[in-house]
Design a binder for this molecule. Structure first.
Ligand SMILES: Cc1cc2nc3c(=O)[nH]c(=O)nc-3n(C[C@H](O)[C@H](O)[C@H](O)COP(=O)(O)O)c2cc1C
Length: 385
């Protein structure tokens, strides 16, 4: 692993650098929430209202960041959330992040709609990859994807439930990025102002939906492609679809996007192994609760019955400590890792993970907390609990 780059010691430094390095339409796609960005803002603010209690006058052994999840020991209690269209933000981003996750032994979740295929990333990840299923309406596509996952040795399937409708994102609409990207004169101008991104994109090729490509009719124009994607991923998950998936998938199965006790209970009843409490990083329901705000009710309903992970709004080691102290078993981060790759290219994944580990280690040393599972004993208060 490379030496720590002291010019970028925080995620905010990486975010600022990313903004300078990639075209505006790509940065805004990554950075934004939906509607008025209320839910986006609330996610981090409410995580940071959680306070932790240090205990100084006692000895304790060196901090251990490792964490047991689904029978496997990971080196840290956080992982890389699935993000679509990653190659648009930095060419080769999924490969960079999958490799960094493998090197650091933390989970990497590949999105159905990102720019690298299941097979490519499975090679890089060497058994360290989970897959997020965007739940195609077409059963045959789902079945084929599951076969490909099995062939690639993926054993954790993450089903997404919080995109029954595409989020209303004014910046993306303005930028012609409603899915898939549209090259307006303005976008071309923005690319010309970010030559490094432009050159890297030429080297890697125009980003495509590599996992989905084989199911898509060839020769679609951009408008037809948009319609195809909308049609393919439309629809909600219900008990019947969930049962079919659960009966079919032999590995671990997780629901991502759970925001209420009601849905969490349904996941227990459907025999799932875990949930990711999430509001999609504030990109779907601006009027919704923060993700950390929905955690206490969910814990009350289903704690001990499945693994409860969380994402949305976590951007630092102290944030991760706050989430774990609040009762989550594991934390995922989305934008944070993409800022790292957009800022530093190939070094970005490793550097971002190193920042988070160093920060989390410091918090735990400061608290006098040896193991991540002991963090809840340092919780003072959450305004929300
Ligand atoms: C640009 C972008 C694209 C995303 N694409 C997906 C996706 O394809 N599938 C998915 O399950 N979640 C997707 N998400 C949501 C993330 O998995 C995760 O829930 C969210 O980023 C967590 O919030 P954070 O960015 O504040 O860490 C996306 C998020 C962002 C920012």
């Amino acid at each position: 692993m490379a030496a720590f780059d002291t010019r970028y010691p925080s995620i905010d430094d990486l975010r600022k650098r990313a903004k300078q390095r990639i075209p505006r339409f790509a940065f805004e796609y990554l950075d934004g929430g939906c509607n008025e960005d209320i839910n986006l803002y609330k996610n981090t603010v409410e995580i940071r209202e959680t306070e932790l209690r240090p205990v100084y006058l006692k000895d304790f052994a060196p901090v251990n960041l490792s964490c047991l999840l689904f029978g496997r020991r990971y080196n840290a209690p956080f992982g890389i959330a699935p993000v679509g269209l990653q190659g648009l933000m930095w060419p080769g981003a999924p490969q960079i992040l999958a490799k960094a996750a493998k090197d650091h032994n933390i989970p990497f979740i590949l999105s159905t709609v990102t720019t690298a295929s299941i097979e490519k990333i499975a090679e890089v990840a060497e058994g360290n990859m989970w897959f997020q299923l965007y739940h195609p309406a077409d059963q045959e596509i789902t079945d084929d994807i599951l076969l490909r996952l099995e062939a690639a040795g993926v054993d954790v399937l993450v089903v997404l439930c919080d995109v029954p409708s595409f989020g209303y994102r004014p910046r993306d609409i303005r930028n012609g990025l409603s899915m898939p990207p549209r090259m307006t004169a303005q976008n071309v101008l923005q690319i010309l102002m970010r030559p490094r991104w432009g050159i890297e994109t030429l080297v890697h090729g125009i980003p495509e939906f590599e996992t989905m490509k084989r199911y898509m009719p060839k020769g679609l124009n951009i408008k037809q492609l948009g319609l195809y994607m909308n049609k393919t991923f439309s629809g909600r998950i219900n008990a019947e679809k969930l049962k079919r998936l659960r009966d079919r998938w032999k590995g671990k199965m997780i629901m991502k996007g759970v925001a209420t006790s009601e849905d969490a209970i349904m996941c227990v009843e459907s025999d799932l192994d875990g949930i990711i409490v999430s509001n999609h990083g504030g990109r779907q329901l601006d009027a919704g609760q923060s993700s950390i705000g929905s955690l206490p009710g969910i814990l009350e309903s289903v704690r001990g019955k499945l693994t409860i992970m969380i994402d949305s709004g976590f951007q630092s080691g102290p944030d991760i400590a706050r989430g774990l102290a609040s009762g989550a078993d594991f934390i995922f981060l989305g934008r944070t890792f993409m800022y790292g790759v957009a800022a530093l290219g190939k070094r970005g994944g490793d550097h971002t993970i190193s920042i988070l580990k160093a920060q989390l280690q410091q918090v735990m040393e400061q608290l006098g907390c040896k193991d991540v599972i002991d963090l809840p004993s340092h919780l003072i208060k959450s305004r929300l609990s």
